[in-house]
Design a protein around this ligand. Structure first.
Ligand SMILES: Cc1cc2nc3c(=O)[nH]c(=O)nc-3n(C[C@H](O)[C@H](O)[C@H](O)COP(=O)(O)OP(=O)(O)OC[C@H]3O[C@@H](n4cnc5c(N)ncnc54)[C@H](O)[C@@H]3O)c2cc1C
Length: 344
């Protein structure tokens, strides 16, 4: 049955919800508080690694399987996805972590020094061994977000920017509301917390990389994502804090020092930006679809470090619930109704 659906929040979760539901024939309206697309979205600061193998520890094996599906959905739907794999190397002191990753992960190849040189000549001969996750991919955040907006227009989604939805706005009974407000949804999702992330974007023509490279390091592991035109995104800190202030001196020093350790050519790079944002996360660091009011109000949240990777999976799961009542393991049916003051 075709439904009328309002999605609140045009970050990566809201965009994928809107696209998936519109392509299934529902009438979808996406409302966003900020006037300019992504101005207040954590999504604008993502890397953006699509890395199901590197990101999920053995204890989150199910999440890794869902994440692989997320990567496939990106690859199927968007031409901006670059499937060049991920290379992981270690700084002195990070070799133990590299070894742990090798034993805990799947779908990886162990590389010797010569093979690293062959794969990523720009790094030279400085790393003895590494891991290659051939199936992983990355996207350039800004162009991916704008490709998604184009896809939404093509799919017939009505998008309203500069339209903040108050948390007690009454809804008509025949409309489903999906809340994708990220951190702002904490008024409804009591166990949501913020996890601070900092990153930098630098530019240099003195080194070429084809794929994201992760550097295992005792203090601050980093990843460097090639964004083209000499730009590299270096990320990201993961700090248990909801502090939204600018990047700290310590974090900047760590990110810069580790980039320099990966390759001294980064020492001459131009710093384009230093950015910080807060990622919404639940206590288990897994996302959640919370269904209340017999399915009329749905919250999709808790992206933690994996908003881009998992957004298409959650969108499919929400659409399956709306279309057929199917319940994904990450979907939680809550029986108590929202009070009017709570309802979106
Ligand atoms: C430094 C850093 C690096 C990261 N790297 C990666 C990565 O490599 N791969 C990956 O998958 N993830 C990564 N992430 C995580 C990812 O960015 C987040 O998980 C994701 O962006 C969160 O998306 P969201 O849609 O839930 O929230 P947001 O992007 O914050 O979107 C929420 C939207 O809701 C809007 N809103 C709020 N209140 C209202 C209201 N009342 N009415 C209307 N609209 C409202 C906001 O303006 C905002 O646009 C990274 C995050 C950071 C900080």
């Amino acid at each position: 049955m075709q439904r009328t659906i309002t999605i609140v929040g045009a970050g990566i979760f809201g965009l994928w919800q809107a696209l998936t539901l519109a392509r299934r024939g529902h009438t979808v309206r996406l409302v966003e508080a900020s006037q300019t697309p992504f101005a207040n979205a954590a999504s604008q600061y993502a890397g953006t690694l699509l890395a199901p193998e590197c990101e999920f520890p053995p204890a989150q094996k199910d999440a890794r399987i869902f994440a692989r599906h997320g990567l496939q959905l990106w690859q199927k739907n968007f031409t901006c996805v670059r499937t060049e794999g991920t290379l992981v190397v270690a700084a002195p002191g990070g070799t133990g972590d590299l070894h742990d990753l090798a034993t805990q992960s799947e779908n990886r190849t162990i590389l010797a020094r010569d093979e690293i040189v062959e794969l990523e000549p720009g790094l030279g001969t400085r790393f003895q061994s590494g891991l290659y996750f051939k199936q992983e991919a990355h996207i350039v955040t800004e162009s991916a977000l704008h490709q998604m907006l184009d896809a939404l227009s093509e799919a017939g989604v009505t998008i309203s920017f500069g339209s903040p939805v108050a948390s007690n706005t009454p809804r008509s009974s025949d409309c489903i509301t999906i809340d994708c407000r990220g951190m702002a949804a904490r008024d409804q999702l009591k166990d949501l917390r913020g996890v601070r992330g900092e990153r930098m974007v630098i530019r240099t023509d003195d080194i070429k990389l084809t794929r994201p490279v992760r550097l295992m390091h005792l203090r601050q592991p980093i990843y460097v994502v090639p964004w083209g035109d000499g730009r590299f995104m270096v990320g990201a800190t993961t700090i248990e804090s909801e502090d939204t202030s600018q990047v700290s001196v310590k974090s900047a020093l760590d990110l810069l020092a580790q980039a320099y350790q990966l390759h001294p050519a980064f020492g001459e790079a131009e710093i384009i930006s230093l950015d910080s944002a807060v990622r919404p996360a639940f206590p288990d660091n897994l996302p959640r679809i919370t269904v209340r009011d017999a399915g009329q109000h749905i919250w999709v949240n808790g992206s933690y470090r994996h908003g881009f990777l998992l957004a298409p999976v959650l969108a499919e799961a929400t659409a399956d619930f709306i279309d057929s009542g199917a319940t994904h393991p990450w979907l939680k049916l809550e029986t108590e109704p929202c009070s009017p003051a709570q309802a979106l």
